[in-house]
Write a protein that binds this ligand. Structure first.
Ligand code: NAD
Ligand code: DAU
Length: 335
């Protein structure tokens, strides 16, 4: 099996590549990643000399590159995206380009090259947000995105399904909740807070700190993607989550406790515009159909994650200082 993974120099995609190359000794992976500010090919140091791994720096919106790579593989696993909600509030154009146009470019190539298997990585944010007493999102919850990020992801989900209905493209979609774990870019809540604390800084908690996210370890998410890729029903969506709802305040106190620090390190700051109040996922379908279950409890996963950021300070310090861009720049764009 030859896979084209997009966005494999980012957080979830890199972890997926490491897992798949280890788990399937005959699989080959091509990673197509533009190395935007969120990409860091140093993350893939551990597979760089693996003959079954190929890195191509390129834009998923570029039909020439995409066409050539899609022609070489059996399946596409599509992670590449602009992924940070705060950035989409400041400037949403790149979100529309990458998340909508980029997904369209990949779908077109998959169709032209004999309807290649296509798995699309999406988010629970397409379903909007929940009040505290509402039931978790499930596969039939209507899309009601509320940020430019989630609107662009919802658009991409619709495009993916339209290629199934119109062209018979063998697609699946996973809509997952908030991921955490090793190699997450230090702009997102958990790595930002852990690395700020390690630098002696405060942590900026938005609004009242009572917004709720449903946390899942990145390895549990990627195990779900593996199951769906191999055994998922074509044309189906799978909601993925670990039923681990926490307020941002709870997350912050847990990190402070693990790092032996006090609440004086919290700084309440202005709220995010249009801040979604609560996300929660019902993953009953993937649990019963594909026998997937999350393996890592939040307590175990967050402890491991904090320890990982402590032990791998050079990785995030290179990002925070901007040094990582120099090694990214050694990769020229093209096939
Ligand atoms: P990330 O921001 O860490 O990584 C995104 C990667 O995509 C980066 O390596 C970046 O360089 C690359 N990229 C961006 N634009 C590109 C383009 N035009 N062409 C090629 N590559 C490009 O993101 P992540 O957190 O790993 O998320 C991966 C996917 O999972 C996204 O589709 C996201 O919507 C989805 N998702 C994320 C979470 C989460 O909690 N992080 C949860 C559910 C779903
Ligand atoms: O639900 C899945 C989504 O989770 C993914 O689709 C997105 O790609 C991913 O970025 C994530 O979105 P969130 O907006 O939930 O993640 P973020 O880490 O940015 O924020 C988590 C919560 O923490 C949110 O309620 C905002 C809050 N927050 C975040 C930051 C960065 C703060 O209070 N302070 C901060 O500095």
């Amino acid at each position: 099996m030859k896979l084209l993974v997009t966005g494999g120099s980012g957080f979830i995609g890199s972890n997926f590549i490491h897992m798949m190359l280890h788990r399937y000794p005959h699989y080959e992976i091509i990673n197509l990643d533009l190395l935007t500010y969120a990409g860091n090919e140093a993350t893939n140091e551990c597979v760089r000399n693996n003959p079954r791994y190929t890195f191509v720096r390129g834009d998923i919106c570029n039909p020439t590159i995409v066409d050539e790579l899609v022609s070489k593989v059996d399946a596409i696993v599509h992670f590449a995206a602009e992924s940070h909600v705060d950035n989409s509030i400041k400037n949403s154009l790149s979100f529309v380009m990458t998340n909508v146009m980029g997904t369209h470019t990949l779908l077109e190539a998959a169709r032209r090259h004999g309807n290649k298997r296509f798995h699309h990585i999406s988010t629970d944010e397409v379903y909007g947000h929940l009040h505290h007493d509402e039931d978790p999102f499930h596969e039939h919850t209507p899309h009601r995105p509320r940020s430019p990020y989630s609107a662009s992801k919802a658009s991409s989900d619709h495009l993916v399904m339209s290629y199934f209905h119109t062209h018979g493209l063998p697609v699946t979609i996973s809509n997952c909740s908030n991921n955490y774990g090793r190699f997450q870019f230090p702009e997102k809540l958990i790595p930002l807070f852990v690395t700020n604390l390690l630098e002696g800084k405060k942590v900026p908690l938005y609004g009242d700190g009572l917004n709720v996210r449903d946390w899942i370890h990145v390895d549990d998410h990627n195990n779900a993607v593996d199951k769906i890729l191999h055994h998922g029903q074509i044309g189906h969506t799978y909601c993925v989550g670990a039923s681990s709802e926490k307020t941002n305040k709870e997350i912050t106190y847990k990190i402070l406790e693990l790092m032996n620090l006090g609440e004086d390190r919290i700084e309440f700051v202005e709220d995010r515009k249009g801040h979604d109040r609560r996300y929660a996922i019902n993953s009953g379908k993937i649990q019963s159909e594909l026998l997937w279950t999350p393996q890592i409890s939040f307590d175990e996963g967050i402890t491991q994650t904090v320890e990982w950021y402590i032990a791998n300070a050079q990785w995030w310090k290179n990002i925070k200082s901007g040094e990582y861009k120099k090694s990214n720049d050694t990769y020229a764009t093209g096939v």
